[in-house]
Write a protein that binds this ligand. Structure first.
Ligand SMILES: [Zn+2]
Length: 427
């Protein structure tokens, strides 16, 4: 009874998600194409029509590609669950391994391998057809496959011990296992924040200290003005893979470092780089990063508590095409993790706009911070260049943007910047 009800609920959410995503995508495509033949007036002086049209075509191509990937992922999801794919896989593995930890780790590894293999053609197409067509791909095929292997090795080296710890907690630590698992998970996330910039990112990219002395002086001046201490300024060879440019800062405490993509440095003037950095420092100074971390930890505690409850509900397994009693002497812990991870996005998708709203609010605050500590006109001209270089559309569908975008549309950001007191006084 519950089984059928849960299956129906699951399918309803899948269908609802598909409808909403297709509807938003079709709105986006129509809106972008309708504005393809004219640069919005506020950008007319700075962005050529050809660049505007390239951004429109790139946006449409990516949106269509996203729909194709969505369809395939939905079929795979239903195949794994309602059509019994996971159940079949689990029985096959059990016949080899018998009950125990090896079975559980093998099930998770087999699932990761299968879904990884399904992703490869999509990633390949995206990089060598889509990005290539618009001139963004800088990767060789050798680098693509080297990244793939490195990523898989890294995922195994980090992921296997982590799930081993979680599975052991599920088995041995009693009813509150989900709380201990949350502690482990949170600790792991914090550890990653330290290890990512110093150990993991250097496996994929080269980081060299920023050499340009006058730019360095300028940036250090800014950091002193806003009261920010950093372990270092680095340039990353982003141009090995993509022409897209970016700047970010990572780590925390004594490990903070600022990273510029070489592609960004080659395009922006020093004063524009300073403005972009001021925006990033704004995120830090206004505690956006800490707030985000706290929010993520709180939400994951809620999800783990839910996982702790669902683990003992037979309908959750049977409703998703798994027989929890099929394997003698074997707990369903690994299966539970898989099912939960697979179906959670189906049920949370419609809440996505909530995080987009808070993220966009933070972007406005960081822009205002940059306008306060540098010249707002520099941030405007940097944004215009970055939108043009990344072929980001200047005319997104407002609803599509409100649903998905972590950053407000360019025109809205620039309008806000123009209204900033320092700017109003200067013009
Ligand atoms: Zn930002």
């Amino acid at each position: 009874m519950y089984t059928l009800a849960f299956s129906i609920l699951f399918v309803s959410f899948i269908v609802l998600t598909l409808i909403v995503r297709f509807w938003l995508a079709s709105r986006q495509i129509r809106h972008v194409l309708a504005h393809r033949n004219a640069v919005p007036p506020e950008f007319a002086e700075r962005i050529p029509l050809a660049a505007h049209q390239k951004a429109a075509d790139y946006t449409v191509a990516r949106t269509k590609f996203g729909l194709l990937a969505l369809l395939v992922n939905t079929v795979v999801l239903i195949g794994f669950t309602l059509f019994g794919g996971l159940q079949w896989l689990s029985v096959q593995i059990y016949q080899f391994t018998g009950p125990g930890m090896v079975y559980q780790l093998a099930l998770l590894a087999a699932f990761a391998l299968i879904s990884g293999v399904i992703d490869v053609p999509f990633d390949y197409y995206k990089q060598f057809k889509l990005e290539q067509r618009f001139g963004f791909n800088k990767m060789t095929r050798g680098l693509f496959f080297a990244d793939l292997l490195k990523g898989a090795a890294l995922g195994t080296a980090i992921g296997l011990p982590l799930v081993w710890v979680v599975l052991t907690l599920m088995d041995k630590s009693g009813a509150l296992w989900w709380f201990y698992a949350w502690l482990v998970w949170s600790g792991f996330q914090l550890l990653m924040m330290v290890l990512f910039p110093t150990v993991i990112a250097p496996l994929f990219n080269k980081f060299t200290p920023l050499a340009d002395q006058s730019l360095k002086d300028r940036i250090e001046g800014l950091m002193t003005r806003v009261g920010f201490a950093s372990k270092g300024l680095f340039v990353m060879d982003g141009s090995r893979r993509s022409a897209h440019g970016n700047a970010y800062f990572s780590g925390f405490g004594a490990h903070k470092r600022i990273v510029f993509f070489d592609t960004l440095l080659s395009r922006l003037q020093p004063h524009e780089i300073e403005a972009v950095l001021a925006h990033e420092l704004g995120h830090f100074k206004l505690k956006h990063i800490v707030k985000r971390i706290v929010m993520i930890f709180t939400i994951s505690l809620g999800f783990l508590a839910l996982l702790g409850y669902l683990k003992n509900q037979v309908w959750f397994y049977t409703g998703l095409g798994v027989d929890p009693l099929a394997l003698p002497g074997q707990t369903n812990d690994a299966m539970m993790l898989l099912l939960f991870m697979l179906v959670l996005p189906v049920f949370t998708f419609l809440f996505g706009p909530l995080t987009s709203i808070s993220s966009r609010k933070h972007e406005f605050e960081a822009d205002a911070f940059a306008a306060q500590h540098t010249d707002a006109r520099d941030l405007v001209s940097a944004l215009v260049k970055m939108y043009e270089d990344n072929a980001s559309t200047l005319t997104p569908d407002p609803l599509h943007s409100a649903f998905y975008d972590t950053h407000p549309p360019a025109s809205v950001r620039i309008r806000q910047l123009h209204q900033h007191p320092t700017m109003a006084a200067a013009s």
